[in-house]
Design a protein around this ligand. Structure first.
Ligand code: 4G3
Length: 220
């Protein structure tokens, strides 16, 4: 999967070059191409934003600069996503759907956002990672890239996506590892039994119990 990211702050994407996504990039399973919108300013001071028409606080990213950055990409068959607090809230189903795309272009706004005309011109879908405002769309873009990449074949070692939280509409069962006793607390006996049928049954019951207690809204 190819991700083109249009951003004023490409350096912010260092975290997704680490660990699992770093290895996925090395293996050519994903390709994250960071494009600095500022490189497409034609202003002598590399200006990319201006005051809002009608007045008000903050700055708005200029449409022509964003449009030139977009046009520099080879994105005919790409889905263009704008990370915005006004988008539909991301969830696991949306993540799975997006993981089936071959090419995503992710537009990150800063300041008070981007001039509406270029959003209308190039964006296919507006997505939010939750009902709160951040200083920019970069953290949301990283959340999207991380969550989607996990569903690309070969990115995760085993298929850990089929049993995890949300995959079956429930939260995940509790996990334990060595030592067998930690601060006086024992690992549940059944997990040491080697009886896989009983373990599966116990985990399913725990999933339901935990979902009822922590996220009853998921059961409705
Ligand atoms: C557009 C996304 C972008 C308009 C972006 C602010 C939160 C989210 C921005 C705007 C963002 C989110 C940049 N903050 N909830 N900030 O996904 O007013």
């Amino acid at each position: 999967m190819k991700f083109d990211v249009l951003t004023l702050f490409p350096e912010m994407f260092a975290p997704i070059k680490q660990s699992i996504l770093g290895r996925a990039t090395q293996k050519n399973l994903i390709d994250i191409n960071l494009v600095n919108i500022r490189d497409f300013s034609e202003n002598k001071h590399k200006k990319v934003d201006d005051t809002p028409y009608g007045g008000g606080a903050g700055m708005v990213m200029m449409p022509d600069v964003v449009y030139r950055a977009y046009k520099s990409l080879n994105s005919k068959d790409a889905k263009v996503i704008y990370m915005s607090p006004q988008g539909k809230t991301l969830n696991q189903k949306k993540v799975v759907d997006l993981s089936k795309e071959k090419h995503l272009v992710i537009l990150c706004g800063h300041y008070e956002g981007i001039d509406e005309r270029v959003v209308k011109k190039i964006v296919d879908e507006e997505i939010s990672i939750g009902d709160y405002v951040l200083t920019g769309g970069e953290l949301p873009a990283m959340v999207l890239i991380d969550s989607v990449s996990r569903y690309i074949e070969g990115v995760l070692n085993k298929d850990s996506t089929s049993e995890e939280s949300f995959s079956n509409g429930l939260l995940e069962y509790p996990q334990y590892t060595r030592p067998e006793i930690f601060e006086g607390m024992k690992v549940p006996e059944i997990l040491l039994s080697g009886h896989h049928e009983n373990i599966d049954k116990w985990r399913k019951e725990k999933s339901i119990e935990i979902t009822k207690k922590k996220r009853p809204d998921l059961l409705k």
